[in-house]
Design a protein around this ligand. Structure first.
Ligand SMILES: *Cc1c(COP(=O)(O)O)cnc(C)c1O
Length: 385
């Protein structure tokens, strides 16, 4: 019998999460309520922020969208971001009516290259939206200096970077807004879910209203035991709230965040050593002034040096029972953006090349030592070793 398939991005769910979900269902309150409030307070503490500076939402996409709106971004504006990201980053900008402007990545860090930003700032630029790719924080000193010089808002896409810090400060608290994802494959998961952290408590107040149809009072407050209260609609909002059922999972995930990070860091370092002699390009070791969140471990497979194309390499991994991912094809490769915005792969040559060569290996804290050994063996075999 062959060993079971190693699923890419498998979540690590404990008995605590299962018990809390059952308790939530038995409590009779499934929607946004006391467990969401407790999860927000716990996340705020983790991010060295106040509970009034965070809002739990149903995705990071929602967090990005509402942060952009709260930052005043709208039709005709431009927002500068990275081409090496999930499509949600660009789509959230487009949903405000603004236009994303891509700055190519630094080929080593794979993060937006701050040196390219200033040349692309125009009178329409309203915000910078850096993405901490794979969990490695962007060079925030340079990004924040540019933002201050041109009076731009900074929205950090922290979907990969929940545990990351930059010069000792938690990611998501460096800019004006930080957006986190609790999607099933992310470092902390609620199945689907997200969180926004903001410096200004007024922004969080607005985001909470916008997340629930633009209503002044959420259901938990409307139906509380001191009697029914009427709500008023003060804006045309969205339906972006998190449920207590999701917070029930997140609260135990967050309690284990440090242990889970240490496990992934150990696997990440094991991969770094195991692949040093292979004709592949390993990720850059993080510099001393950051804490890497170790969300993704990505190899670059260059056909000319490795003797195998990236897609053939992925086929060989799957055939050996190891699930792999691609993070990401550059945004400039997708037909929608090419047609609507005129983007071309050559606009962002580093991101395009990385997107065509990159492969992500399993890095879940649920991996056993034996699994990690199998992944390493499979990579060596796929390279013809
Ligand atoms: C996962 C991800 C998102 C979107 O997160 P959701 O919670 O699925 O909406 C945004 N940006 C990046 C970089 C991501 O990896």
């Amino acid at each position: 019998m062959s060993a079971p398939f190693i699923v890419f991005g498998a979540p690590d769910i404990g008995d605590e999460e299962i018990r809390e979900v059952v308790a939530t269902m038995e409590s009779g309150w499934l929607g946004t309520g006391p467990r969401v409030a407790a999860f927000e307070a716990q996340f705020a503490q983790f991010k060295m922020s106040a509970p009034s500076q965070v809002a739990a939402l149903n995705s990071c996409t929602a967090a990005l969208h509402l942060s952009l709106i709260a930052a005043g971004v709208g039709p005709g504006d431009e927002v500068i971001t990275s081409p090496l990201t999930f499509c949600a980053t660009a789509n959230a900008i487009l949903h405000t009516g603004a236009t994303p402007v891509l700055i190519d990545v630094d080929p080593r860090t794979m993060n937006i290259d701050p040196a390219g930003i200033e040349a692309r700032i125009t009178p329409r630029t309203r915000a910078l939206l850096p993405v901490h790719f794979a969990g490695l924080p962007c060079e925030m000193d340079e990004i924040l200096q540019i933002a201050a010089r041109y009076r731009l808002s900074v929205i950090e896409d922290c979907a990969h970077a929940v545990e990351a810090t930059y010069r000792g400060r938690p990611t998501g608290t460096l800019g004006d807004f930080g957006c986190f994802s609790f999607y099933a494959t992310k470092n902390v998961t609620t199945g689907e879910g997200g969180m926004v952290v903001a410096r200004d408590v007024e922004h969080i107040r607005r985001i909470k209203t916008l997340a629930l149809h633009g209503m002044t009072r959420d259901a938990w407050k409307r139906f509380s035991d001191d009697g029914y209260k009427h709500y008023q609609v003060v804006e045309c909002g969205f339906k972006y709230n998190m449920m207590d059922l999701q917070a029930a999972i997140g609260t135990h995930q967050l309690a284990r965040v440090q242990a889970s990070w240490e496990k992934r860091r150990a696997i990440w370092q094991k991969y770094q050593q195991a692949f040093a002699d292979l004709p592949v390009i390993c990720p850059a070791d993080p510099p001393a002034h950051v804490r890497h969140a170790h969300h993704l471990y990505t190899l670059l497979i260059e056909e000319a040096t490795c003797g195998v194309s990236r897609d053939a390499f992925m086929g060989r991994m799957t055939a050996q029972g190891v699930g792999v991912g691609v993070h990401y094809l550059a945004l400039t490769e997708h037909p929608y953006y090419q047609e609507q915005l005129g983007w071309m792969p050559d606009d962002t040559p580093h991101a395009t090349r990385i997107g065509r060569q990159t492969v992500s290996l399993p890095l879940s804290p649920a991996l056993t030592d034996e699994d990690v050994g199998r992944v390493i063996e499979a990579v060596r075999m796929a390279c013809g070793r």
